[in-house]
Design a protein around this ligand. Structure first.
Ligand SMILES: [Fe+2]
Ligand SMILES: [Fe+2]
Length: 287
């Protein structure tokens, strides 16, 4: 197995990549960030990568080539039907763990990071204002009991794909100390609560989308406005095509405990205020 190392694990988590503009931001920035920050592991939520709905084989492979180690999904996991077959061939693509038992693919994967660290990633769906799936708390509990932090895994990342901040926070506190990071996804809006919880897990309610923020959660504005104001059928949702903001989290994880030592929001490009992890850029001027 890997050499024991005291160097912390550097992890980047990127929120829902939406459509072409999100993919362009990722392709442009991720390879450079991976090198510049010497990242050990990168997780990308790709549930909206293909025209806003689901993911294709070509797009997932593009993410892996750009520097992702694992691509997670959510309620849009199988909007592109080809993903139903592809996911069984691509162990780095994860769908929610609390889907029914016969669903193709896996909800959790144990991967080897850049310097040999073992990283467990679990994708789970919330149930409040969403489809009624199996209990996400029980599902996560099972995964964490089967692969314990500090024993079978050096780091554990949970992508909690859910609508409400309360369900995300409750799940995070439920697993605090047993997982390294609980990153919320799905709402497509970054929250300002990135923090280290009481027992050492990193947390954010939502990492935000990687997409064009001149939009309604990544989609061109006219059709969502129309649907809110008129109760008649209209056009398809289409992703907005302006410059995306790459949104996510920079996380440093202790090599021996698997707990989070440092956490910072990442927002690069596009319309949102910019945020970079100063702990990976000591030479950058203070802001
Ligand atoms: Fe999404
Ligand atoms: Fe979603």
């Amino acid at each position: 197995m890997s050499e024991p190392s005291s160097t912390p694990l550097r992890l980047l988590f990127i929120g829902d990549v939406v459509g072409r503009s999100g993919r362009a931001a990722l392709a442009e920035r991720l390879p450079g960030l991976r090198r510049a920050w010497a990242l050990d592991f990168v997780v990308i939520n790709g549930e909206n990568a293909a025209g806003g709905f689901g993911i294709t084989e070509a797009i997932c492979e593009e993410f892996l080539e750009a520097g992702a180690d694992c691509v997670t999904l959510g309620n849009h996991a199988f909007d592109q039907r080809e993903a139903l077959a592809y996911i069984d061939r691509q162990p780095r693509l994860l769908r929610p763990v609390n889907y029914p038992p016969a669903t193709p693919g896996r909800g959790a994967g144990l991967f080897v990071a850049a310097r040999g660290q073992r990283v467990l990633v679990v994708n789970v769906l919330g149930r409040v204002f969403m489809d009624q799936l199996d209990d996400p708390f029980a599902a996560i509990d099972r995964e964490l009991n089967a692969c314990r932090l500090g024993e079978a895994a050096d780091a554990i990342v949970i992508d909690m794909h859910a609508e409400t901040t309360s369900e995300k926070m409750a799940l995070a506190h439920f697993v605090d100390g047993r997982a390294s990071l609980i990153a919320g996804t799905h709402t497509h809006v970054p929250t300002a609560d990135a923090q280290i919880l009481e027992h050492g897990a990193g947390y954010i309610s939502d990492a935000g989308m990687t997409g064009d923020y001149d939009s309604v959660i990544g989609m061109q504005k006219a059709e969502p406005i129309r649907r809110f104001t008129r109760k008649t059928p209209g056009a398809r949702y289409e992703p907005a095509l302006g410059e995306a903001t790459l949104c996510g989290l920079a996380v440093e994880i202790d090599a021996s405990t698997g707990l989070t030592q440092k956490i910072a929001p990442l927002r690069l490009g596009g319309r949102l205020s910019q945020s970079r992890p100063d702990f990976w850029e000591p030479e950058a001027p203070a802001q």
